[in-house]
Design a protein around this ligand. Structure first.
Ligand code: PRP
Ligand code: MN
Ligand code: MG
Length: 180
């Protein structure tokens, strides 16, 4: 079963993604020199981004994972954000950077921000590979953004529809007939 035939259009090529990762890595390395930030990967979508991004940061960082889900496999946010797996380490006194593949409604990062407000992190910032501002219903904004995307349902490079397409090396628009 080939995935490529379900893609209407390639929005970002592997080369464009790599260039964004390099730029974001350089910015983070510059801003967090000597701080040993904790990069919190929001599973599952951000996994490819995290692993590529940290290789572009020539400074000491640590990583941990949270599993949060609100799409429950579909194409629109349910607004009901569930914490499925929490961090293993304490964030008290740490400089935390949330690592996301995409910010759409903002529900996921709003829920994480609210949760972290009580955890006494020294600082909390957000890096998102893709920003999709069309359906934002929370006032969250990424501190570092790689790519901006139009109001289309995209998959690939970590992003899924019903848990598939995450392994595409590019980011593409899913043909509507696949989910309608
Ligand atoms: C997707 C995506 C972001 C979030 C963005 O995750 O990876 O984490 O939705 O949407 P929002 O801004 O509207 O909250 P999803 O809930 O599909 O889980 P997944 O990462 O495991 O696919
Ligand atoms: Mn996600
Ligand atoms: Mg998803």
């Amino acid at each position: 079963m080939s995935m490529n035939q379900d893609i209407q259009e390639v929005l970002f090529t592997p080369e464009e993604i790599a260039a964004a990762n390099q730029r974001l890595g350089q910015q983070i390395a510059h801003d967090y020199q000597g701080k040993n930030p904790l990069l919190v990967c929001v599973l599952k979508g951000a996994i490819l981004f995290l692993t590529d991004l940290i290789r572009q940061i020539p400074e000491s960082v640590e990583i941990d994972f949270m599993d949060v889900s609100s799409y429950h496999g579909g194409t629109t946010s349910s607004g009901d954000v569930k914490i499925i797996k929490d961090l293993d380490v304490s964030v008290a006194g740490r400089d935390v950077i949330f690592v996301e593949d995409i910010i759409d409604t903002g529900n996921t990062l709003k829920a994480l921000g609210d949760l972290f407000a009580s955890r006494k992190a020294k600082s909390v910032k957000i890096v998102s590979l893709v920003d999709k501002p069309a359906h934002r219903n929370q006032s969250v904004k990424a501190d570092y953004v790689g790519l901006s995307c139009p109001d289309k349902f995209i998959v690939g490079y970590g992003m899924d529809y019903q848990d598939r397409y995450r392994n595409l090396p590019y980011i593409g628009v899913l043909k509507p007939e696949v989910y309608l």
